[in-house]
Design a protein around this ligand. Structure first.
Ligand code: BTN
Length: 243
C-alpha cells in the first residue's frame, strides 16, 4: 500500500484528485498532520489543526456501478463506528448519511467524491476527518456545542498512528468483504449504529413538514420513512430536524 504523508497541506482531498488523475493505484492514501483548507460537505470547511486529528483521503478504483458509490460512504461510516466501538471502546452513532456522533456531537465526517462516466467509475476519493486529541479549547468557538473528539469522550490522549492503523486495516477487511459479498451486511451494520433509527424524525421539504419514523436505509443509501399520508418513501435529501 502506498501512503503519502504531508506535514501541512491545503487539503488531502485535492492532492488525492491530482494523484488519481496521474494514475495512482487504488489503495493509495494521502494523509496530513494539518490542513489549511480542509473541506467538508456542501461547501463547508473542515477544521483540521496540527496533530489533533486524522485527516486522510483514500483513492479507490472499485469495479461497481456509479450509482452504488454512496454505499462506499456508508461503508466508511461503519468502519469508523467499528473502530470507535471496538478499539476506543465508546458507543458512536451514525447520523444519516454519514456523520459520526457521540452524545449528539459530531466526532467525524466523511467526504466522498468521484470521477465517473455513465456506467464506469474512474476513481472514488473518500476523505475522512476524525477529531482525536482536541480539548474543548482546541475547537473553534463556533464548534464547541456541536463537535467533540475522542479525547473529550475518553479523557485521554490517543496515538494517531495506532488509530490510523486500526482504521486502515478495518477498512481493507470491510471493503474486500463488500466487493466479494455485496452491501447487505454493511447495511445491517449501518442500521445497528443508525442515530434515531426506529424513532420519529421531523422532515421538511420545500412543500411540507411532517413527522414520521426513521425505518432504515435502502441499498442506495436513501433514508426509508413514511410520507405525510403514510406511504413508505425513500428520501435522498431533505431537511431533517434530528435533535
Ligand atoms: C463533512 O462535512 O462531514 C466531511 C468532512 C471531511 C473532512 C476530511 S479531512 C480529510 C479530507 N480532506 C478534506 O479536505 N476533507 C476531508
Amino acid at each position: 500500500k502506498r501512503i503519502i504523508h504531508h506535514e501541512s497541506i491545503a487539503s488531502t482531498q485535492t492532492i488525492a484528485h491530482d494523484e488519481a488523475r496521474n494514475n495512482a493505484p487504488g489503495g493509495t492514501i494521502i494523509i496530513a498532520d494539518e490542513q489549511t483548507k480542509g473541506r467538508g460537505r456542501i461547501a463547508r470547511n473542515w477544521d483540521s489543526s496540527k496533530g489533533k486529528g486524522i485527516w486522510l483521503s483514500m483513492i479507490l478504483r472499485p469495479e461497481i456501478q456509479p450509482h452504488h458509490a454512496p454505499q462506499l460512504t456508508l461503508l466508511t461510516a461503519t468502519v469508523l463506528a467499528d473502530v470507535l466501538s471496538n478499539y476506543v471502546d465508546i458507543n458512536p452513532k451514525i447520523k444519516w448519511p454519514n456523520d459520526i456522533l457521540m452524545n449528539n456531537k459530531k466526532m467525524a465526517g466523511i467526504l466522498t467524491e468521484m470521477q465517473a462516466e455513465q456506467d464506469q467509475i474512474w476513481y472514488v476519493i473518500i476523505g475522512i476527518g476524525l477529531n482525536v486529541n482536541h480539548s474543548i479549547d482546541d475547537l473553534p468557538e463556533g464548534l464547541r456545542n456541536i463537535a467533540t473528539s475522542i479525547k473529550m469522550e475518553t479523557s485521554k490522549e490517543w496515538l494517531l498512528k495506532d488509530l490510523i492503523q486500526e482504521i486502515l486495516v478495518t477498512f481493507e477487511r470491510t471493503y474486500e468483504d463488500y466487493l466479494e459479498n455485496g452491501f447487505s451486511e454493511i447495511k445491517q451494520k449501518w442500521e445497528g449504529y443508525g442515530f434515531k433509527i426506529g424513532q420519529e424524525i421531523a422532515i421538511k421539504t420545500l412543500k411540507e413538514e411532517w413527522k414520521a419514523p426513521f425505518l432504515g436505509i435502502t441499498d442506495d443509501g436513501a433514508l426509508l420513512t413514511k410520507s405525510s399520508s403514510g406511504e413508505t418513501i425513500e428520501l435522498y435529501s431533505a431537511e431533517i430536524d434530528w435533535f
